[in-house]
Design a protein around this ligand. Sequence first.
Ligand code: HEC
Length: 131
Amino acid sequence: MNKKRGGEMMKRVIRVMTLLLGCIGFARQAEAQEMTTAMLSTKYNIAAGKETYNRACALCHDSGVMNAPKVCNIVEWQPRMAQGMDSLVKHVINGINNMPAKGGLESLTLAQCSDAVAYMMSQCETAVSAQ
Ligand code: HEC
C-alpha cells in the first residue's frame, strides 16, 4: 500500500468512528456529563462550596421552598445545568425570579458563589450514580 492510500484509509477510519460515537448517543447527555465532579473539582473548591451552601443556600435548596430546585433533584436540575456553569453562576450573583442575589448574603464573593453551585452540581451527580 502506498503512502497516499494509507492516509485515505485513516481518514475513512476516523469518519466511521465519529459516526459510531454519534450513534451511541454520545452527544445526548454530553452537557450534563461534562460537569462531572472530577471536572468540577479541578476548577472549583467543592468543600468550600459545601460550607457556603450550608450557610447561605440550604435554607431554600434543601426543602425547595418558593419552587427553589431541590439539591439534588436531577429532573429539576438537568434543564438548568444545560445552560452551563457561567450562566448558572451569573443567576446566583444577580438573582433570578424568587432567587435573591447571592442567596441574600451580599458579602459572598464570586468564588464562593461559584463553589456553592459546583457543590450543588456534584450532589446531582451523586444522585444520578446512586440510581
Ligand atoms: C430565599 C431562597 C433561596 C436562597 C437562600 C437561595 N436560592 Fe437559589 N434559587 C431559589 C429559587 C426560588 C430558585 C428558582 C429561580 C427560578 O428559576 O425561578 C433558585 C435557583 C437557583 C439556581 C438555578 C438558576 C438557574 O439559572 O436556573 C442556582 C444555581 C441557585 N439557585 C443557586 C443558589 C446558591 C449557590 C445559593 C446560595 C449562595 C442559593 N441559590 C440561595 C431560591 C433560593
